[in-house]
Design a protein. Structure first.
Length: 119
């Protein structure tokens, strides 16, 4: 089997916004969960929660939007304490070096992973 191509953006210590209402979306056929999806495409097999205030092991792939980037969506690793978002303020800061795997929620089920990234 060919090695999976890694696709991610490396973030600085910066503000992101947790997206709510995304639990109905499913990853591509190669991954059953969003954390598995993250591990496959980030190359990080043992992720730590990317919240700057946490060092717990990550068990969830969270859907986020990066403030400085705009309307692109990503999956990042978080622990169960940092998912779901706080109801009144879904924004938080990620650690410098966080790998964010792109994901287009609108197209993820219709066209598959590659089409969801490249349109």
């Amino acid at each position: 089997m060919a090695e999976q191509e890694l696709i991610y953006e490396t973030l600085g210590e910066e503000k992101v916004k947790h997206l709510g209402g995304t639990s109905d979306y499913i990853p591509n056929p190669q991954a059953k969960t969003w954390i598995e999806f993250y591990k496959i495409y980030s190359g990080d097999s043992n992720p730590i929660c990317c919240n700057i205030e946490c060092n717990q092991s990550a068990s969830i792939g969270a859907h986020i939007k990066v403030d400085r980037i705009g309307n692109k969506y990503y999956i990042v690793p978080v622990c169960s304490s940092h998912n779901p978002p706080r109801p009144n303020d879904p924004s938080w800061v990620v650690k410098k070096g966080t790998r964010a795997v792109p994901q287009n929620l609108k197209k993820s089920q219709e066209k598959g992973f590659w089409a969801s990234i490249f349109g």
